[in-house]
Design a protein around this ligand. Structure first.
Ligand code: FAD
Length: 406
């Protein structure tokens, strides 16, 4: 029977899963190692496939209040600043997919989920609990935490992020491979750049060995900046490693003055080495499973890491609620349904790297034709329709369910 579930990790995935389970009447305890809840200062895009889940979780008005509706992005060539406007399935997402495309400050999305979990169960989240290991019992699972504490439940979900200990115990140590690409990210006060660059909307800057994505958060008060650059000398996979403005400027040497201006105004530039992990062949064993980055960390080129974690949460809750008498079966169904889709997104995201960093972008004349071909509204739609069209609320719960659903 699935009466109670333990979730390890109170990130975006763990909190979404807690809420989805509580909404299905399943009791939840979330264990987080941090002494206080919070998120790093950066943006996150919630695309229509993720927004559908938030709507199902009763967060439609909260997400419209705390998020910023995307109007799409213009593309710019890295050195000339030549602009090509396109709506990247942003402004018209609600009409096309039945849910909006939103951008958030990560802390706002995290806080929205946290508030909703607290409203559903006031004492659901246990802070300062570092998960160490689990033990499968004859019926259920026991989790052990630092300080000799433990807790028991019918099911344990590892939503403990890229360096997941739950995954380590289930399947052993992983071997991430460095992509040769480093991501810079940070927030820019919109007022610091508006007058000079007129860039307070969304933009994508494409170059031969780097690209930049920006979008507004907090109703346009801040601009989120992510700059990804081919670079071989930095291999730390962490959200919280700080770099310097000068180092970031060096990585975008020769880029348009508007880019230099944005970089100079990033409040704190953070750098993150982008790693890939081969997709897992299995996520679950008996009463234990994985969710979010713990089982399908991805490169950020399709903006789907958090969206996939949010989708996982609803599909998992639906599976556990559908067969409460047999939780291992429910986990097998979840595993079979989610692995093909998330694997395809992870692979497509990796392929996207050579589209956004392409030698054809070096020469403005050749670049024009390349951008026309690769970034026309039609080719962008072709690449994203299957991602945004997925509906975790209705996808059939089947052991053989498929990737390209809707
Ligand atoms: C540059 C960049 C840009 C991105 N942009 C986007 C975007 O626009 N859209 C999008 O969808 N995704 C984006 N992502 C990806 C997205 O941020 C992640 O996929 C998402 O946050 C994963 O959520 P999670 O809950 O699985 O993991 P996390 O958010 O990492 O949460 C894991 C939690 O587990 C806790 N934890 C870890 N170990 C333990 C332990 N032993 N015991 C207890 N607690 C533990 C951690 O403290 C943390 O709170 C981006 C990623 C990068 C690098």
């Amino acid at each position: 029977m699935t009466n109670k579930v333990i979730i390890i990790g109170a990130g975006i995935g763990g909190l979404a899963a807690a809420l989805a389970l509580l909404k299905k009447g399943i009791d939840v305890e979330v264990y987080e190692r941090a002494p206080a809840l919070g998120e790093v200062g950066a943006g996150v895009q919630v695309t229509p496939n993720g927004a559908k889940v938030l709507m199902e979780l009763g967060l439609e008005s909260a997400m419209l209040e705390r998020g910023t509706l995307s109007k799409g992005k213009d593309t710019y060539l890295w050195n000339t600043g030549q602009k090509r406007p396109f709506i990247a399935l942003g402004g018209n997402a609600a009409d096309q997919f039945g849910a909006p495309y939103l951008t958030f400050h990560r802390a706002d999305l995290h806080r929205m989920l946290q508030d909703a979990v607290h409203a559903a169960k006031a004492d659901a989240i246990y802070l300062d609990h570092e998960f160490e290991r689990f033990e499968q019992l004859a019926s259920g699972v026991r989790a052990y935490f630092s300080g000799g504490r433990s807790a028991e439940a019918d099911v344990l979900i590892g939503a403990d992020g890229i360096h997941s200990r739950v995954r380590g115990q289930l399947f052993g140590l992983d071997k991430p491979q460095f992509t040769g690409c480093v991501a810079w990210r940070g927030l820019i006060p919109a007022e610091a750049i508006e007058a000079t660059t007129n860039l307070s909307g969304g933009s994508m800057w494409l170059g031969p060995t780097a690209h930049i994505v920006t979008y507004p958060v907090r109703q346009g008060k801040l601009l989120n900046f992510i700059g990804m650059v081919d670079r071989d000398d930095w291999r730390v996979e962490s959200w919280t490693e700080k770099g310097t403005t000068q180092e970031c400027l060096d990585d975008f040497q020769g880029w348009h003055p508007h880019v230099q201006h944005m970089v100079r105004n990033i409040e704190t530039p953070f750098k993150w080495a982008l790693m890939v992990r081969p997709p897992l062949q299995q996520w679950s064993k008996d009463g234990v499973t994985l969710l979010g980055d713990a089982c399908h960390s991805t490169l950020p080129f399709l903006s789907q890491g958090a969206n996939m974690a949010i989708e996982d949460s609803l599909v998992l809750a639906r599976c556990l609620a559908a067969t409460p008498e047999d939780s291992p079966h429910a986990l097998r169904v979840y595993d079979a349904m989610r692995r093909p889709r998330t694997g395809r997104i992870v692979n497509s995201s990796a392929e996207q790297l050579r589209r956004v960093h392409n030698p054809e972008l070096a020469d403005p004349e050749i670049a024009k034709a390349y951008i026309e071909r690769e970034w026309s509204a039609a080719s962008v739609e072709d690449r994203y329709r299957w991602i945004y069209g997925y509906d975790a609320r209705t996808v059939p719960l089947e052991l053989t369910s498929e990737v390209t659903a809707s």
